[in-house]
Design a protein around this ligand. Sequence first.
Ligand SMILES: [Zn+2]
Length: 402
Amino acid sequence: MEINHRSGMKAENQRHILNLINKHPSFRAALATELGLTQAAVSLLTEELIQDEIIGPAEIGAAGPMVGRRPEILDIRADWGAIVGISIDRSQVTIGIVDLKGNAITENTLLPVKEDYEDTIRQIGSAVKKMLAQMKGQIHFVIGAGVAIPGPMDLKSGSILEPPGFPASWYHLPIAVLLEKQLGFPVYAEHNSRALAQAEICLGAGERYSHFMILNVNAGIGSGLVLNGKVYTGAHGIGCEIGHMSVERGGRICFCGRRGCLEQYASAAAVLHEVNRICPDIHTWTELIDRAYNGNQICCDFLEQAASYFGEVIRNVMSLCDLEAVFFTGQIAYRGELILKLIREKAQKNAVAQMGKLPEIALSSIPGNPYLVSSASILIYKLYNQPLFFYEKNIERKKGKE
Ligand SMILES: [Zn+2]
């Protein structure tokens, strides 16, 4: 097969190579086997990626000094480009700069979300520019910015719609377009739960699993579903909203307009609210968990009740789609093993006639601050998963800058 231009099959194969190497630094021979190509073809494809400086020889590490000529293990070069991560939620904006391996190059900056959205966007713009100026010697190329926003959102236009708890002035705001005008480089918006799922695929458990769900448990419950290694967006971009799955018919009213939603019973805010009615001195989730670890029966009982709801929902999801794992992140991750142990027990109990295996139930393995890293992962995911477009576009931009 003759390969003579970057588009078409060649670009697609190079994207596959980046994907495989990102999961496991690999020898050329292993890549050839995986892709069903000859070693000579893989050498040509990888040579160009090495020249583009996006891949290079992996560090030998514990293998010791090289004796004779060894085949090279190829790995992603984390320093190929920097990504600005911006995570916007109800109370604050988290900003930082992350490399291709999800390492934070700079610590994150926090800003409040103000009713005056123009002022907040201006502040984000100047905070990012200041960060980039401080890192000038370390960063040669900015791939772009990923902005993680609460749902519901319009994926096509990168707009916030009407998320609960947000000032109405932010409703229907084309956040990606506005930030792009401020920053002067590409900005991509994504639903924060799907960004977490993308981070898990590119930098966490995606190495081991292709079918999993991530639950982000805070005041509400966000969820990202991964099927066949891809984040599920659904027919209308709504994806997966496990937090609004009904667990009590005719139960508590939810802001979504329906009754009995999971997040009214098992979110950190819902559990804390119930505990606080009996123990008014417990104000935060960390206090509640610390008390549970000290044997406070009320805290333990309410955690068990929440675990029971999660267990039931996990069993329902398993009967709908056969997952390998369910990951938890957010406030629930604080000393999370106690509630996870309860969730595993509840999910196990009466599992639907043991149809298939129960999924692994664990804390998320996204490195560092999950909100910063997941917002940057919006671009990392595009780089490895978007066919024929994203990598080449950035290589041209990068070469143009040098
Ligand atoms: Zn609801």
